[in-house]
Design a protein around this ligand. Structure first.
Ligand code: ATP
Ligand code: MG
Length: 350
C-alpha cells in the first residue's frame, strides 16, 4: 500500500508564494521519478490569512498543520500589516506553540562556488558545515517575572532539566549522522542555567559514547564561528544565545536567500522554512532566490521522510545550476526565479 505523506503548505506573504511555487515545482519533478507519494494542502496563514479571515492563524490552519506529516512555511509579514491589531508574526509564535516546536535547527554549510560571496576569507570558511540547535520555548524570552518600574527592570531566565534534556537529545541525534561532535554553548562561568545545561548534557552524552562532547562559552563561540567555523559540527544552545549565533552564522555563507531551517517537537510534524523574511523590496519582480525554499524541502525530505536519495538528487540539481552560473541577483546573477527553477528541474530530469 502506498503511504501518502500529507504536507501542509503555508504560502506566506510578498515573495513567500513566489518561492513556494518554485519549491513545489521542484518537489513534484523530483518525486515523479521516485516512489515518494505526497499530497499538499494549502492553509491561510500570516498576512494573507489576516486579509481573508481577520486573524493570522485561523483554527482550520492549526488543525490542518497538526494533522499533517510536515509543514512547509514560506516567509510571512511585511509593511502591509504594520497597523493590524494582530500582526502576522503573532501567528508564527502561536503555531510553534500549537505544534510544540521546541527546537530550531539552522544549517550553515559553505557552498564551494558561492564561497566568494562570504565576508570571511575563503581559506577560513572552506569545508564549514555545522548546525545550530536552538532551544525555542523557554529561557530568558519566556521567564517570569518580567517587569519594569521607573528605576529598574527584570527579565528572569528559567530552564528545567526536562527542557534541557529534550533539546540536547535532538542535537546528539543529529550529530550521529554527521561528524559526531557536539558543542554546548553557554555562559557557565556566570549563569546558573548554564551550569545545569552542562550537567544535563554530560548525562545525556553517556547514551552517545561515539560522540565527542565539548563546551564553549558563548563569547568565545561568537569569535570561533568567524575565526574557525570548521571546528563545529552540532552546536546546542539556549534560546537567547541561539538567536544571536544563528544570525551571526547565516552571514558566513554570504547568501541569505539560500538558507533553510527546521523546527522540531517531540510529537507531531516538523516545520520547515527559509530563514529570511518576506523581502517586500523585491516582491512581484520575479527575482526572489528560490534556493532557500528548495533546500527547506530537501531538509524536509531528509529529516521527516528519510528520503535521502531524493534529497541528494535535489541537492545535486541545485549545485549544478549554481555551477552553471544560473543565479538570481542576490547571488550576483541576472536570472529570474523562474529561470533558476526551470534549470533545477531540467537538471533533475536530465
Ligand atoms: P524579517 O524581519 O521578516 O526577517 P528582514 O528585515 O530581516 O525581515 P528580509 O525579508 O529577510 O528582511 O530581507 C533582507 C534582505 O534580503 C532584503 O533586501 C531582501 O530583498 C533580501 N532577501 C531575502 N530573501 C531573499 C531571497 N529569497 N531572494 C533574494 N533576496 C532576498
Ligand atoms: Mg530578519
Amino acid at each position: 500500500m502506498v503511504n501518502t505523506k500529507n504536507i501542509a503548505i503555508l504560502r506566506g506573504d510578498y515573495i513567500g508564494p513566489e518561492i513556494m511555487d518554485a519549491g513545489l515545482a521542484v518537489l513534484a519533478a523530483a518525486a515523479k521519478k521516485s516512489s515518494f507519494s505526497y499530497q499538499t494542502i494549502d492553509y491561510p496563514f500570516g498576512g494573507a490569512a489576516i486579509d481573508q479571515t481577520g486573524t493570522p492563524l485561523p483554527i482550520a490552519t492549526i488543525e490542518g498543520c497538526q494533522a499533517a506529516d510536515a509543514v512547509l512555511l514560506s516567509a510571512i509579514g511585511g509593511p502591509k500589516w504594520d497597523q493590524a491589531s494582530k500582526r502576522p508574526e503573532a501567528g508564527l509564535l502561536e503555531i510553534r506553540n500549537k505544534l510544540g516546536l521546541f527546537a530550531n535547527i539552522r544549517p550553515t554549510k559553505i557552498n564551494s562556488i558561492l564561497a566568494k560571496r562570504s565576508p570571511i576569507k575563503a581559506e577560513v570558511i572552506a569545508g564549514t558545515d555545522f548546525v545550530i540547535v536552538r532551544e525555542l520555548t523557554s529561557g530568558i524570552y519566556f521567564g517570569k517575572p518580567r517587569n519594569q518600574t521607573a528605576t529598574a527592570a527584570i527579565d528572569a531566565s528559567t530552564y528545567t532539566v526536562e527542557e534541557i534534556e529534550r533539546i540536547v537529545r535532538v542535537g546528539f541525534k543529529m550529530s550521529q549522522h554527521r561528524k559526531q561532535h557536539v558543542t554546548i554553548v553557554d555562559k557557565a562561568n556566570v549563569l546558573a542555567t548554564s551550569k545545569l545545561w552542562r550537567q544535563v548534557a554530560a548525562k545525556v552524552a553517556q547514551d552517545y559514547p561515539e560522540i565527542t562532547l565539548d563546551y564553549c562559552y558563548v563569547d568565545a563561540a561568537a569569535m570561533k564561528i568567524i575565526s574557525q567555523p570548521t571546528f563545529f559540527d552540532v552546536i546546542i544552545t539556549a534560546n537567547l544565545f541561539g538567536d544571536i549565533l544563528s544570525d551571526e552564522a547565516s552571514v558566513l555563507t554570504g547568501s541569505l536567500g539560500t538558507i533553510p531551517s527546521m523546527s522540531a517537537g517531540s510529537t507531531g510534524p516538523n516545520l520547515y522554512e527559509p530563514i529570511h523574511g518576506s523581502a517586500p523590496d523585491i516582491a512581484g519582480k520575479g527575482i526572489a532566490d528560490p534556493i532557500s525554499m528548495i533546500q527547506s524541502i530537501e531538509m524536509m525530505l531528509r529529516e521527516s521522510f528519510q528520503e535521502n536519495q531524493l534529497a541528494d538528487q535535489i541537492a545535486q540539481a541545485v549545485q549544478k545550476t549554481i555551477a552553471a552560473g544560473i543565479l538570481t541577483p542576490d547571488l550576483g546573477g541576472t536570472a529570474t526565479t523562474q529561470t533558476v527553477t526551470t534549470e533545477i528541474i531540467r537538471n533533475l530530469e536530465g
